[in-house]
Design a protein around this ligand. Structure first.
Ligand SMILES: [Ca+2]
Length: 83
């Protein structure tokens, strides 16, 4: 499976960055989770499961641990997930 290019990942990042701050905040990850849930059915049925998923994604992408995700972190986490 071919990986996504940096350009494509940057574009995806831009779509997720609703307020164009250049970073993804927890609330933006939260809306990503909501979007995935409504697109793929209700695997994360409870509020608790959704909150956990948000924490999981934040931990995965927020490499520097500052509570936000930069485009560099986003691309890096994607590359690591592909390995
Ligand atoms: Ca943002």
């Amino acid at each position: 499976m071919a990986g996504l290019s940096d350009e494509t990942l940057t574009e995806i990042f831009g779509n997720l960055d609703k307020d164009n701050s250049g970073k993804l905040e927890k609330s933006e990850i939260r809306s990503l989770v909501e979007k995935v849930v409504s697109a793929h059915g209700s695997q994360l049925e409870t509020e608790e499961q959704r909150a956990k998923e948000v924490e999981f994604l934040m931990a995965k992408f927020d490499i520097s641990g500052d509570g936000t995700i930069t485009v560099q972190e986003f691309i890096e986490a994607y590359r690591q997930a592909k390995r």
